[in-house]
Design a protein around this ligand. Structure first.
Ligand SMILES: [Zn+2]
Length: 84
């Protein structure tokens, strides 16, 4: 059986090798040795501070939850109409 496809882009927590700005908000500074979220996009790596990472994840978790609720609802409607 094929492995389930992941819906999420490649992301991981990494440690900053040098200080740099957050990719989303340049007023957020990530200092050397700090953890950050690294997202790989088309071979490019983008780094975000943990405050931004938390917001992205919370927003996307909510989106996934809403979508999942819709998908489950559709499936139940489909099953109900097949019972007729
Ligand atoms: Zn940030």
């Amino acid at each position: 059986m094929a492995r389930p496809r992941s819906l999420l882009v490649s992301m991981q927590l990494t440690i900053a090798g040098r200080a740099h700005d957050c990719r989303f908000n340049s007023t957020h500074r990530i200092f050397k040795g700090e953890r950050r979220l690294t997202i790989k996009d088309d071979g490019d790596e983008h780094h975000y501070c943990l405050a931004c990472a938390k917001r992205f994840m919370e927003r996307d978790t909510e989106r996934l939850r809403v979508l999942l609720t819709s998908v489950v609802g559709e499936q139940q409607e489909g099953a109900a109409s097949r019972d007729d």
